[in-house]
Design a protein around this ligand. Structure first.
Ligand SMILES: *[C@@H]1O[C@H](CO)[C@@H](O)[C@H](O)[C@H]1NC(C)=O
Ligand SMILES: *[C@@H]1O[C@H](CO)[C@@H](O)[C@H](O)[C@H]1NC(C)=O
Ligand SMILES: *[C@@H]1O[C@H](CO)[C@@H](O)[C@H](O)[C@H]1NC(C)=O
Ligand SMILES: *[C@@H]1O[C@H](CO)[C@@H](O)[C@H](O)[C@H]1NC(C)=O
Ligand SMILES: *[C@@H]1O[C@H](CO)[C@@H](O)[C@H](O)[C@H]1NC(C)=O
Length: 406
């Protein structure tokens, strides 16, 4: 009798759960469970996800793609438009996506989950992307080798317009967590990014060739840059980011490839960096194949908590033990403001402005910089090929000349 009751209860519970999973199929509502997803974390659900996207993208009006609670094991998936008759598409990710660890399934430098060529897309819902990176990290030779095989980025947005990403978590990406490439009018907020400090190239959010992007109110702790603003970006706002561990918030690296474009118009404000290698950084390679510029960049109201290099411009960027240094960087850095930057440095050199010997930095301004060293000697600044302008409080004291340490 009791066993029968338990079986009955089990069936009712399971039946309800399955029905519940399938239920939201109102007009414009596309649930991956209705397209054969299992959500058991074991069997590959990527085909079901592709079918769901196809149906949603091929429908009309405002549509919703629902991924309910559960764990979905996924090979690489591409959610691509154009979706001709769709006004807006919301991906409601409530569950956890788990990446296959079989590296042969990914294209070199490719993506695990890709959204592309679609407008008015919103990815939200409080869910998680788990890149399962720990098995892949030992295969990453990029930190020591220039021509290395690139592992996949967890989540990419390609050529979208008016899109949003909100309340999404990414853990343990194999390579970058999130890449924003060639988007316009993109907004990200409430993003949480987690990976160990020693995980290689796990940049939190990497941007290239975007216009009008705002990234706000997010928490990023990872093994490389929390946010890296690469080539070709314009009108970027980064605000309210808590970063650490990681390598800080960076512009660059720039000046490595032939096809790079300028970076213009960046505001980084109201951020806190805790225990990071760098605070705010601009990094460019030597031997640049093309001359480009990085200008109108403002770093404002930033708190440093035990950061190794709180303010740093490095135009001899070389992540390897040694780089060829045949010609100075051809990235022109100008119109840079560091304003109200305060807190603690774990190294005595709290401000490093190391500009290109070929093209010195121009119009670099420091206003109200207060950086203490947690040691007896106070902080110092190093300047190379730059004559910075100073106003307000200055600790470390200003550089005495364009090539000085004090
Ligand atoms: C899109 O929908 C139309 C009409 O319902 C159908 O003929 C077409 O095959 C669908 N295309 C795809 C890619 O599903
Ligand atoms: C984005 O959409 C706006 C219209 O809202 C349009 O003017 C602009 O050209 C689009 N940008 C891109 C890159 O598609
Ligand atoms: C500098 O960048 C900001 C932010 O993107 C932008 O609003 C401003 O117009 C730019 N100023 C110049 C002189 O280009
Ligand atoms: C630097 O500022 C001066 C004075 O405001 C201006 O004339 C000059 O064009 C600026 N240089 C660059 C490269 O922006
Ligand atoms: C502080 O400065 C003195 C004199 O230049 C030097 O001998 C000492 O090693 C410095 N201490 C630290 C912790 O850097």
């Amino acid at each position: 009798m009791e066993t029968k009751l338990l079986v009955l209860l089990y069936l009712i519970f399971h039946g309800l759960r399955i029905v519940d999973g399938v239920r939201p199929t109102g007009p414009g509502n596309f649930n991956v469970m209705s397209f054969g997803a299992r959500g058991d974390g074991l069997r590959d659900d990527s085909k079901a996800f592709q079918e769901t996207w196809k149906a949603a993208c091929n429908s009309t009006g405002s549509v919703k793609l629902v991924i309910p609670k559960g764990t979905y094991f996924l090979s690489p998936v591409k959610f691509r438009g154009p979706c001709a008759n769709v006004q807006s598409i919301t991906v409601q990710l409530q569950g956890t996506l788990k990446a296959t660890t079989d590296l042969s399934k990914y294209r070199s430098g490719g993506y695990w989950v890709e959204f592309g060529f679609v407008d008015h897309l919103t990815v939200t819902g409080g869910g998680t992307l788990d890149g399962q990176g720990s098995l892949a990290w030992p295969h990453n030779k990029c930190p020591v080798k220039k021509d290395c095989k690139l592992l996949p980025t967890s989540l990419a947005f390609l050529a979208t317009n008016h899109s949003k990403m909100k309340d999404i978590t990414s853990v343990n990406s194999k390579f970058f967590h999130i890449a924003l490439l060639s988007n316009a009018n993109f907004k990200a907020s409430g993003i949480k990014i987690v990976a160990p400090a020693e995980s290689p190239n796990t940049d939190g959010i990497h941007l290239e060739r975007n216009t009008a992007v705002t990234i706000s109110n997010s928490k990023i702790g990872t093994g490389d840059d929390c946010i890296s603003v690469g080539q070709g970006n314009h009108d970027i706002t980064i605000a309210g980011i808590k970063c650490g561990p990681g390598h800080g918030i960076s512009v660059g690296s720039l000046g490595k490839y032939e096809d790079e474009e300028d970076v213009t118009g960046l505001v980084v404000k109201d951020c806190t960096l805790t225990g990071t290698d760098n605070g705010v950084r601009i990094k460019t390679w030597e031997n640049s194949p093309k001359s480009t510029k990085a200008s109108n960049l403002t770093f404002e109201n930033i708190e440093m908590d035990n950061v190794r290099n709180p303010i740093i411009i490095d135009q001899t960027y070389c992540p390897f033990a040694k780089c060829q240094s045949a010609a100075p960087s051809r990235v022109k850095i100008s119109d840079i403001t560091f304003k109200n930057i305060r807190g603690t440095s774990t190294s005595p050199v709290a401000v490093t402005l190391k500009c290109s010997k070929g093209i010195p930095c121009e119009n670099v301004s420091l206003q109200d910089v207060r950086l203490e060293h947690n040691g007896p000697n106070g902080t110092t600044a190093t300047c190379v090929n730059v004559k910075a302008e100073y106003s307000g409080m200055q600790n470390p004291p200003p550089c005495k000349g364009p090539d000085s340490e004090n």
